[in-house]
Design a protein around this ligand. Structure first.
Ligand code: 6PG
Length: 468
């Protein structure tokens, strides 16, 4: 067999098939591999039996077909499967070949695999791919991390297939080791936060302003034309328009209110805790999926407790305030995620460039939003910016919208409408922007009961007081 294929892909599920077709669309030849005969046959058929696409169930045939160094991407479920696939490939690889894991693998797994394969002369990349099935087919945002020089082998392919923002490909080498998977994990954490916020604003508009699905559709569509322009707001509008095929109503009303999760949001929160970086807008989004899962308990509790009667708000005024509050809390959520990335970069030696990350999120990925162009600019102007809230551009945006967030959080609390993402975002903002917090008292308490010592505002040193 001729060793002619530019790119190999293992795992011909929807994402894998779409990604490989995307590669072939851009003038590269690509070879697929999957244990499932039907998936292999489906890809060959979909590739139109052309020279540019081929596939096999046999690893030996697959690896023999690839040009050197081999560039093999895995689009298989994260976890054990990745290790199994790596082991099956290894005997057929040569020094200098590249394996690229395109799944949502946990970053420490990527570090382990990178070290293991380095010893064998194989370059291992963790490359987050965002954009779902459609993104994989038409242009995802790709977040690769690994060996900088080896990346050059796959760079032309990734740059060709990635989504484009004003002509610029939404892919860039992000850093060594697991930098790519880590950035994708935080992308997903932000995704959880933004999804929670769009959902609770929907609840607010329905309960506080009596918005119908039609009005919700129009509202979100209008917002998508303005500064809230984003993939998630756009699809939210489309969701409200969808009629149910199985009833007379709208589909959204027929969907069970229990949100599932695969773990990337939770990992973001867990790791933020380890780093000591507060991301409460993301934490609460994870907690809300967990609360949503307690449907039976929620039904019992709903019946047991009185809830305040909602005093309605005027619809136009509510819509205006909701837009401002959503914009405010979107900014806060991005600020938290990027803060986490900045800290993780120092902690794990990723050498991340936050402006580049914001740029490659401007198209293709789930959290793409107009806002990211401003975020990219803020970090380009000041790469060492600790937090978006310290950027003068963002100060103005936040200052102009925070009042609506305050009023709606208060309104939600008084009327029994849960707005946890919004209130966590507001609380984070109020705390982060307080020069003085009451945690001096916590230090006093710690010293009181455990002699844990404290520092003072007015002089250097470590102090302890005998409080009793
Ligand atoms: C993307 C998404 C994707 C993720 C789904 C589902 O960027 O394309 O983040 O990678 O798997 O959004 O995630 P949950 O099942 O955890 O909601």
């Amino acid at each position: 067999m001729k060793q002619t294929y530019d790119f190999g892909l293992v795992g011909l599920g929807v994402m894998g098939r779409n990604f490989i077709l995307n590669v072939a669309d851009h003038g590269f030849t690509a070879y697929g591999n999957d244990l499932d005969k039907e998936k292999v046959a489906a890809l060959i058929a979909e590739g139109g039996n052309t020279e540019s696409i081929n596939a096999s169930t046999e690893v030996t045939v697959f690896t023999a077909a690839l040009s050197r160094p081999r560039k093999i991407m895995l689009l298989v479920p994260a976890g054990k499967v990745v290790d199994v696939v790596i082991e099956s490939l290894l005997p057929h690889l040569d020094q200098g070949d590249l394996i690229i894991d395109g799944g949502n693998s946990f970053y420490t797994d990527t570090d382990r695999r990178e070290r293991y394969l380095k010893d064998k002369g194989i370059h291992f990349f963790g490359a987050g791919v965002s954009g779902g099935a459609k993104g994989a087919r038409l242009g995802p945002s790709i977040m690769p991390g690994g060996d900088r020089e080896a990346y050059q082998h796959v760079r032309p392919i990734f740059e060709a297939v990635a989504a484009k923002f004003e002509g610029a490909p939404c892919v860039a080498y992000l850093g060594p080791k697991s930098a790519g998977n880590y950035v994708k994990m935080v992308h997903n954490g932000i995704e959880y936060g933004l999804m929670q916020l769009t959902s609770e604003i929907y609840d607010l508009l329905q309960k506080g302003g009596n918005f119908s699905n039609g009005a919700l559709q129009q509202t979100y569509a209008r917002w998508n034309q303005g500064r809230l322009q984003s993939f998630l707001v756009e699809i939210t509008a489309a969701i409200f328009a969808r009629k149910d095929a199985l009833s007379d109503g709208h589909l959204v009303d027929a969907i069970l209110d229990k949100a599932k999760q695969k773990g990337t949001g939770k990992w973001t929160s867990q790791n933020a805790m380890d780093l000591g970086i507060p991301v409460p807008s993301i934490d609460i989004a994870v907690s809300m999926r967990q609360i949503s899962a307690l449907k039976d308990e929620r039904i019992q509790a709903d019946a047991a407790y009185d809830r305040p009667k909602v005093s309605p708000m005027e619809a136009t005024q509510l819509e205006k305030m909701a837009e401002e509050a959503l914009y405010f809390s979107f900014i806060i959520t991005y600020a938290q995620g990027l803060h986490q990335l900045a800290d993780a970069s120092k902690e794990y030696g990723y050498e991340l460039d936050l402006a580049t990350i914001a740029k490659i999120w401007r198209a293709g990925c789930i959290i793409r939003a107009g806002l990211l162009a401003d975020i990219a600019e803020a970090f380009s102007e000041k790469p060492t910016l600790e937090n978006l809230l310290l950027s003068p551009t963002f100060m103005e945006k936040v200052q102009g919208t925070v009042t609506s967030a305050r009023e709606l959080v208060a309104y939600g609390a008084l009327n029994g409408i849960p707005l946890p993402g919004l209130s966590n975002s507001l609380t984070y903002f109020d705390a982060y922007t307080s020069a003085r917090l009451p945690l001096n008292l916590i230090q006093a308490q710690r010293d009181f009961f455990g002699s844990h010592t404290y520092e003072r505002l007015d002089r250097e040193g470590i102090f302890h007081t005998e409080w009793e």
